[in-house]
Ligand binder design. Structure first.
Ligand code: ADP
Length: 555
């Protein structure tokens, strides 16, 4: 066939199918040479071959098959193509003939046109019977004499679209199933916050049967009036920031008419940068809220009670201190008189006393002296609290020199020595700190072993909280750590805390004079400096006292 052969103009072009038709030896088929084909068949085939829309033609009594390139993919890779070209309909489509024959019949016999959408017509292609969905029309093609000679099928294979729609429906069904099982609310709204979908739990709470009854107004009427603004602000901000948001607000329970707390998490949804609505969840947190509120009020009550008893305690403490101070102070006067008259007696009447009398008199004198030191200690103890505290930077070495000077006689008597291994400067109330070091050094001298010269070592260093173990010190604070070590009689470690209590004495009254107040004063002074003290001992080996005082005092 050439371009000049006008007889075959209707088979020109038409892609693969056009070529197939041109190359076919039609003389061997019942349909005969194309030049004998009726005009209507020629015209219809010409239209079909050149149409980009999938078309199929059943022609003649036997309903011979013709189709175009656009239709060809619907026949798959290994299947009917190209063998069904020119074949009778019944032969070409045995698997669906029972379904389509009645349709073709009503077109050829009654001249009806037929339109079907997404109809499942399984066909044999790709080596198997495949479920294929079609949207198609069957229309009659009349020959020159006005009789229906064929059926033109214009169709599209909608399998992919139908499968996609089915998948979507299935995944939506699953989503609804899961959402309805959830104890958490799940909802989707439009941009006006009208609810498009609400799961069962939410509908039940709000007292509605269907999501479609759920409008923005319903929602608004269920939210606690005090929380409405918060809700609007929250939604508004989420839209402005195009971000998820979380809100806690109260919603009315339709069955109890009571408001309960919910934690709502939502995310705005967009399509082409246009706000389309929100997707969200909400969890009932009523119990947590109640628990937290109860706990809060319980803590408030307890804190108030504690504050009250603290105030009470402080008051009592102050009263006790002033009582201790006043009574010690007042006791000084009669004691001074006893001591003064004892002096006079000692001076003037000693010779007149018997040996027994002298003994008794000495006991009176030593008792009076003990009482004097007790009063002095008690006064020092109560003063440690009442006196004004002015902090100053001092050098540890300097304080120790002063203490050494004050105790020079005792050092000499016991042949003792004190060494400052390392000194540091620290911010303290000088006279209190001097008293503290005095008490510790004098104890080390006092509780020395009988035939061993007391050796006291003092070390001052600046440390930070990380290297102090066993003590809970403030973070980010540097401390002056002062260690006083002696080689005295030591003590059992079980008394490490007790020795700091007032009137606590571990060693015999007879052997060591004292009141049991010295270390209590030491502890109080350390506390006045926001510091810590610890003591460890080993009987017959010695004692170690460690003091931690913040390097810089902060008010
Ligand atoms: P005291 O007036 O009895 O010395 P303190 O309060 O100073 O009172 O000390 C309480 C007790 O702790 C003392 O009685 C003593 O038993 C023990 N103690 C204090 N310092 C030392 C030390 N350096 N070595 C051994 N024991 C000590």
């Amino acid at each position: 066939m050439t371009d000049t052969n006008k007889e075959f103009y209707f088979l020109e072009d038409g892609g693969e199918m056009g070529q197939l038709m041109r190359n076919r030896d039609w003389s061997k088929t019942p349909i005969g040479f194309p030049e004998t084909w009726p005009q209507t068949l020629r015209t219809t085939i010409s239209i079909m071959l050149n149409s980009p829309f999938p078309m199929f033609l059943f022609w003649g009594k036997k309903l011979k098959c013709f189709y175009n390139d656009a239709y060809r993919p619907s026949l798959g890779i290994n299947g009917k193509h190209p063998s069904i070209l020119g074949m009778s309909g019944k032969e070409a489509w045995p698997e669906i003939w029972d379904d389509i024959a009645p349709l073709l019949h009503s077109v050829t016999e009654k001249g009806e046109s037929i339109w079907r959408e997404n109809q499942l017509i399984p066909i044999f292609r790709n080596g198997q019977l495949e479920d294929v969905y079609w949207t198609f029309s069957y229309s009659p093609v009349k020959d020159e004499s006005g009789n229906i000679a064929g059926v033109l099928t214009v169709c599209t294979d909608t399998t992919e679209a139908v499968n996609a729609a089915n998948k979507l429906r299935e995944s939506e069904r699953r989503f609804r199933e899961i959402a309805d099982l959830s104890p958490v609310w799940i909802w989707i709204t439009d941009a006006q916050v009208n609810v498009e979908y609400a799961n069962k739990e939410l509908l039940k709470y709000i007292g509605l049967g269907r999501s479609s009854d759920f409008t923005g107004q319903t929602w608004e009427s269920m939210v606690h009036p005090d929380d409405i603004k918060l809700v609007y602000d929250g939604f508004g901000e989420a839209v402005r920031n195009e971000a998820n948001f979380a809100l806690e607000y109260r919603v009315k329970n339709a069955s109890t008419d009571q408001f309960e707390w919910f934690k709502v998490l939502a995310v705005p949804r967009y399509e082409d940068k246009q706000l389309k609505g929100f997707i969200g969840t909400a969890m009932n947190i009523e119990q947590q809220k109640c628990f937290a509120n109860n706990l809060k009020s319980e803590v408030e009550v307890r804190t108030r009670e504690l504050e009250d008893s603290n105030i009470q305690l402080e008051k009592m403490n102050k009263e006790l201190q002033s009582f201790a101070y006043i009574s010690s102070h007042d006791l000084q006067e009669p004691l001074r008189k006893i001591q003064m008259f004892a002096e006079v007696l000692l001076d003037k009447e000693m010779d007149n006393l018997s040996k027994k009398g002298k003994d008794k008199f000495e006991k009176i004198q030593s008792a009076a002296n003990r009482m004097q030191s007790l009063i002095n200690d008690l006064l020092a103890y109560s003063r440690a609290d009442t006196e004004k505290r002015i902090f100053k930077k001092i050098e540890l070495q300097h304080i120790i020199d002063e203490v050494k000077n004050d105790l020079a006689e005792e050092f000499k008597k016991k042949n003792g020595q004190v060494t400052v291994e390392e000194s540091c400067s620290l911010e303290v109330v000088p006279f209190q700190f001097r008293q503290l070091m005095y008490n510790l050094v004098s104890n080390s001298l006092k509780y020395s072993k009988q035939d061993v010269a007391p050796i006291i070592t003092i070390k001052g260093e600046i440390v930070n909280e990380l290297i102090i173990s066993g003590l809970v010190l403030k973070q980010n604070t540097k401390y002056a750590k002062i260690t006083i070590t002696d080689n005295g009689i030591g003590f059992e470690n079980q008394f490490s805390d007790k020795i700091f209590e007032v009137f606590q004495r571990l060693h015999g009254k007879q052997d060591y004079v004292g009141t049991g107040v010295g270390l209590a004063i030491v502890k109080k002074i350390v506390q006045n400096h926001n510091g810590y003290i610890s003591a460890t001992g080993e009987p017959n080996v010695g004692s170690v006292f460690q003091i931690f005082i913040p390097e810089i005092h902060k008010g």
